[in-house]
Write a protein that binds this ligand. Structure first.
Ligand code: HEM
Length: 418
């Protein structure tokens, strides 16, 4: 039975009164783990301080398998609970120990630094053609913001990681828009139960169909490689795990990189002196990517981990089986780890106090080298072609994305310059 926390749970709703960083400061000030209101009236905890989060992510008494989720075991999760798909998807993000190593091992082969390096020409080519499309959208006022303005999220930051990922997985372009829409509904935290269930069902059906096509005619792609690994030894990857891994790669691999690119563009437009350093070659674009990862981390609250016993985190007791969120965006601005100017965006910062925004420990992001390659290529190319690019809508008026999982905005209209 899960004990109730003494404090009223914090609301993580991105449409709430606080902006994300103000809320995060309140969560960090609260202590090691702050009680938070989850959909469906459930209470969870958020770990938001850098040192506490680092310890927690590598703690031996913390699990990711939802069999440790007390509310689920006790039948207290309503059907269609928005986060249920993500909490129970059969794949590496919900597995522990040997199971986790088996599932992760199959997919990591596709993301070694060497394999990622081989993708560099493809990333560069796609970046160039998407920049052409962005310019075309601005010239024709395709998004209705006025001539010269286009939504960078829609025409550039989203299709770049999605295109690279689908290419890697051998998924045809015709499916990419739909897969993005469904993936979005799966990670949205204020969606209706019907919408979450329907999105999950449709996503699984599309992926099962793609897997069947690849099984019949294998190619040189990641899905075929996962299927081959399964067939070499029937016990290695079940059908459900194959679909779960595909779903995970799509959800984890594009929403996050999309947020990184858009958050970096917002940061650089607001800090033109630093943009000038990058454009003059005085600081590498990699530094802008790392500083954005720390200052405005793409993943706000990652669901879920469960202590396998009552566990103290930074002075707060988390009951056994409670769902715990990893507060990456909050940890990135923790002054104890990053100094009194943690709230300042500074591409010249000494990055030795490494951020945790790609995770830490056994579940560290397998896509980090790919995300870094994509974001660096995208920013360099964008601000070289459009040196004076600026936001067309003031930052405070950009609507937040309706999910506390991702740290993002729904649109990013930018004014292009020739
Ligand atoms: C795990 C962030 C890009 C695939 C993670 C975790 C974080 C993260 C924080 C750890 C989650 C946790 O357990 O707490 C990011 C960010 C990205 C990014 C910020 C972009 C800027 C990618 C890409 C891919 C990917 C491009 C694949 C194409 C994964 C997978 C896991 C993961 C499969 C689960 C690893 C495991 O559980 O062992 N990512 N990610 N990510 N990421 Fe990423």
């Amino acid at each position: 039975m899960t004990a109730q926390p003494e404090t009223e749970p914090f609301r993580l709703d991105p449409d709430g009164a606080d902006d994300r960083h103000t809320l995060n400061a309140r969560l960090r000030a609260h202590g090691g783990a702050a009680p938070v209101a989850l959909p469906g009236g459930l209470t969870g905890y958020a770990v938001t301080r850098h040192a506490d989060l680092k310890d927690f992510l590598a703690h031996p008494d913390v699990a990711k398998d939802a069999c440790h989720f007390a509310a689920l075991a006790e039948g207290r999760i309503p059907e269609g609970w928005p986060l249920l798909t993500f909490a129970t998807v059969p794949g590496m993000t919900t597995a522990d120990g040997a199971d986790h190593r088996r599932l992760r091992g199959l997919a990591t082969k596709a993301f070694t630094p060497r394999r990622v390096e081989e993708l560099r020409p493809r990333v560069a080519e796609l970046t160039t053609s998407l920049l052409d499309g962005l310019a075309e959208a601005a010239a024709t006022d395709a998004d209705g913001y006025g001539t010269g303005v286009a939504d960078l999220r829609r025409h550039f930051a989203l299709p770049l990681p999605m295109g690279v990922l689908c290419g890697l997985m051998g998924i045809d372009a015709e499916h990419t828009d739909r897969l993005h829409t469904l993936s979005n509904r799966i990670v949205n935290t204020n969606t209706t139960p019907e919408s979450a269930v329907a999105a999950n069902r449709e996503m699984v059906a599309i992926l099962a169909q793609l897997a069947a096509i690849r099984a019949a005619a294998p190619g040189d792609d990641l899905i075929s490689a996962l299927i081959t690994a399964r067939e070499e030894d029937g016990s290695r990857l079940s059908e459900q795990e194959l679909i779960g891994t595909m779903l995970l790669l799509i959800v984890a691999g594009h929403e996050t990189t999309l947020n990184l690119i858009t958050n970096a563009v917002r940061a650089l437009c607001a800090h033109r002196d630093q943009l000038a350093l990058l454009q003059a070659g005085k600081v590498g674009w990699e530094a802008a990517v790392e500083e954005t990862m720390r200052w405005d981390a793409p993943v706000s609250f990652f669901p879920f981990r469960y202590p396998t016993r009552d566990l103290e985190v930074g002075g707060t007791l988390i009951p056994k089986g409670a769902p715990v969120l990893a507060g990456y965006t909050a940890a990135g601005r923790d002054e104890t780890a990053h100094g009194p100017d943690a709230h300042v965006f500074d591409v010249t910062r000494d990055q030795s106090a490494r951020h945790l925004s790609f995770g830490h420990g056994a579940h560290y992001c397998i896509g980090a080298p790919l995300a870094r390659l994509e974001a660096t290529t995208a920013l360099r190319a964008l601000f070289t072609r459009h040196p004076d690019l600026d936001l067309a809508i003031p930052e405070p008026e950009l609507p937040a994305h309706p999910s506390f999982v991702g740290n993002s905005r729904q649109v990013l209209p930018v004014r292009l310059t020739p």
